[in-house]
Design a protein around this ligand. Structure first.
Ligand SMILES: [Zn+2]
Length: 320
């Protein structure tokens, strides 16, 4: 990437120190003010976890020794994000470690007002789902992660192709719509068509599909399954997890055709860049190159499109 274009990170380098700590208040409230306090990029998808398993216990299916990396805290995330011009992050509940216990994410959201928005995992079959979602929203949750897998071991549910055809799932979609929560499907490309009937039934529900829906640019049927969903106005696509596409290494320019196809179908106002840290930091990958591809690497994007993908869409969905 050739970073000749003046970038926002130059501005941030001077402004960051002055921002300092904000007054303590509810995370959701201050997140709304974050636009003024934190004008930098937004990472729409990252995970965090803490080695403090006393205070934030892991699910009973996993041991501390199995956490890999052993630590990726809010502080570690901000330390890699800020040098790339990213000031706010949508933190995504990590099922294999915490299941539907969102406590660590909520704690970080509270400790860093305005910096984080949370996508939680909920057990949609619980009787108090409505109250539970309302309580989570008060604590900074703006989205819910859904998919055809079980929380703990990511194995498929009993009848995966019918994962959305349950009354409890319809209740979750209804409540998410009423509470203005974004539903974030983590699905393989073969599941993209399973969204269609629900999207037709729930036209007001906001959706942000993880990691391009795992469609690959060189598989036309997958790409078509993804781009077809663009006719549903409230469907957004996370342009994220570059480390798992193309040749799986920087500078990620071979992901360009995939991003181009998504841009043609959805437009930048329905695209959100996300790192999927800490995985974007492993096996020779890095954070800065993932930002740089969208910031200065894709010649089919103009400056407002880059800003939409790197900040504005995620700010609107998760921080407004
Ligand atoms: Zn992820």
């Amino acid at each position: 990437m050739s970073p000749h274009r003046p970038t926002r990170r130059d501005v941030l380098a001077h402004g960051a120190a002055a921002l300092g700590a904000m007054t303590l208040a509810g995370c959701a409230t201050t997140a709304r003010r974050g636009g003024a306090a934190y004008p930098g990029y937004v990472d729409a998808h990252s995970h965090i976890w803490t080695p403090d398993t006393e205070r934030f216990p892991l699910g009973p299916w996993i041991t501390k020794a199995e956490m890999d990396p052993a630590s990726f805290t809010a502080e570690q995330l901000l330390a890699v994000a800020e040098p790339a011009g990213v000031q706010r992050v949508v933190i995504i509940q990590h099922a294999p470690y915490y299941g539907d216990n969102n406590a660590y994410l909520l704690d970080c959201c509270k400790r860093y007002p305005g910096r984080f928005s949370v996508v939680a995992i909920v057990e949609e079959r619980r009787n108090d789902l409505a109250d539970h979602l309302r309580a989570l929203k008060r604590q900074g949750v703006r989205g819910v992660r859904i998919g055809p897998t079980r929380y703990a071991d990511r194995s498929m549910v009993a009848d995966p192709m019918n994962w959305l055809n349950a009354p409890t799932m319809r209740r979750l979609w209804t409540l998410a719509t009423d509470l203005d929560l974004v539903l974030c499907p983590l699905i393989g490309a073969e599941f993209l068509p399973t969204l269609e009937p629900m999207l037709a039934d729930f036209p007001r529900t906001t959706i942000a599909i993880d990691h391009f829906g795992h469609a690959h640019a060189d598989r036309p049927d997958e790409l078509r399954a993804l781009t077809q969903l663009a006719r549903h106005e409230r469907v957004h696509v996370k342009v994220s997890a570059f480390y798992k596409f193309g040749d799986r290494k920087p500078p990620y320019d071979d992901v360009a055709p995939l991003i181009h196809a998504v841009a043609d179908a959805f437009g930048p106002r329905r695209m959100l860049w996300g790192s999927d840290c800490p995985y974007q930091l492993l096996n020779g990958n890095n954070y800065a190159d993932a930002v740089a591809l969208v910031e200065s690497g894709l010649d089919f994007l103009d400056a407002p499109a880059r800003d939409a993908i790197l900040r504005d869409t995620a700010a609107r969905l998760f921080f407004s």
